[in-house]
Design a protein around this ligand. Structure first.
Ligand code: 13P
Length: 257
C-alpha cells in the first residue's frame, strides 16, 4: 500500500549501516507506541532500516510505524550477488525504500538513471520511493546547486506519468549538511524544496507539484526540525543520526506537533 496521496507531514529516520538485529528490536519495541501519537496528529512516521533488521522491526511495529528499506534492485530476480528486489521487500510487508541516497551515489556508483529504474520498479510494486537528491560542497560553493539538482530530478523522473510522479517522495539532502552538524538554513531548505516543486510543475503540472511531498535532510535535530517544517514547501524530514536513539526520535516527533 502506498502512502496516502496528500501532503501529510512525514518524519522518516534513516539508520544507514547502524543497529544489529538486537538493537533494532529494542528500538522497535520502545518506539512503536509513537505511531499512535503520529497518527492522531496526521503525521507519517517511519524508519528505514538495514535489510537484516527489516523483518523483525516490521513484525514488532506492525502498521504503527512505516518501515522502509534503504535501497533495492530494479530487477525482480537474477544473478545480482548481494542485491535485494522490491518483490522480496514487499513479501515481508515493506512498502517503501530510499533511492539514490548521496552515500550510495558516492560509494556505490548509483546514478540518477539507475535510480529511475529503481523508482519505476518500486512503483510497479505499489511501493513508495523516497528519491534523494542534493549537491556536494564543491557544487554548492561554485553556485551550481540548482542546475545539479534539476538534472537529478529530471533524470530520476524520466518517463514517469503524472500519476506515478505524485507517488514519489523527494528528499533534498545537501551533502555538505549530512552528518556534519552544519545544517542548511531554513531559507535554503525552503528555497530548494520550492525549486524542486517548480521542476515538478514544469515536468507535469501545478496539481502534481502541489501533491508531491518534498522532505529536507541533513543534520536535522530535535532543536531545528520545527523550523524546517514551518516552511511552506518542506513537508517533512529525512533524519540520520538523530533517528538512532528512541529518545531523540521521540523528541523529533513531539517537536513537530
Ligand atoms: P544526518 O541527519 O545524520 O545528517 O543524516 C542525514 C541523512 O543522510 C538522512 O538520509
Amino acid at each position: 500500500m502506498l502512502l496516502d496521496k496528500m501532503r501529510k507531514k512525514f518524519l522518516l529516520g534513516n539508520w544507514k549501516m547502524n543497529k544489529t538485529v538486537a538493537e533494532a528490536k529494542e528500538f522497535a519495541n520502545e518506539a512503536k507506541s509513537l505511531g499512535d501519537i503520529a497518527k492522531k496528529n496526521n503525521i507519517d512516521l517511519g524508519v528505514c532500516a538495514p535489510f537484516i533488521d527489516l523483518i523483525d522491526v516490521k513484525n514488532i511495529v506492525g502498521d504503527s510505524l512505516i518501515v522502509g528499506a534503504q535501497n533495492c534492485h530494479y530487477l525482480e530476480k537474477g544473478a545480482f550477488t548481494g542485491e535485494i528486489s522490491c518483490e522480496m521487500l514487499k513479501e515481508i510487508g515493506i512498502n517503501l525504500s530510499i533511492i539514490g541516497h548521496s552515500e550510495r551515489r558516492e560509494y556505490d556508483n548509483e546514478t540518477s538513471t539507475k535510480c529511475n529504474l529503481k523508482i519505476k520498479a518500486l512503483l510497479k510494486n505499489e511501493m513508495t520511493p523516497v528519491y534523494c537528491c542534493g549537491e556536494s560542497l564543491k557544487t554548492y560553493e561554485e553556485g551550481k546547486t540548482k542546475d545539479f539538482v534539476k538534472t537529478q530530478i529530471v533524470e530520476g523522473f524520466k518517463d514517469l506519468t503524472k500519476l506515478d510522479a505524485e507517488k514519489v517522495v523527494i528528499a533534498y539532502e545537501p551533502i555538505w549538511a549530512i552528518g556534519t552538524g552544519k545544517s542548511a538554513s531554513k531559507e535554503i531548505a525552503e528555497d530548494m524544496c520550492k525549486f524542486i516543486r517548480n521542476i515538478i510543475k514544469d515536468l507535469y503540472d501545478e496539481d502534481a507539484s502541489n501533491n508531491i511531498r518534498i522532505l529536507y535532510g541533513g543534520s536535522v535535530k530535535p532543536n531545528n526540525i520545527a523550523e524546517y517544517l514551518s516552511q511552506p514547501d518542506v513537508d517533512g524530514a529525512l533524519v540520520g543520526g538523530a533517528s538512532l536513539k528512541v529518545d531523540s526520535y521521540k523528541e523529533l516527533l513531539t517537536n513537530l506537533l
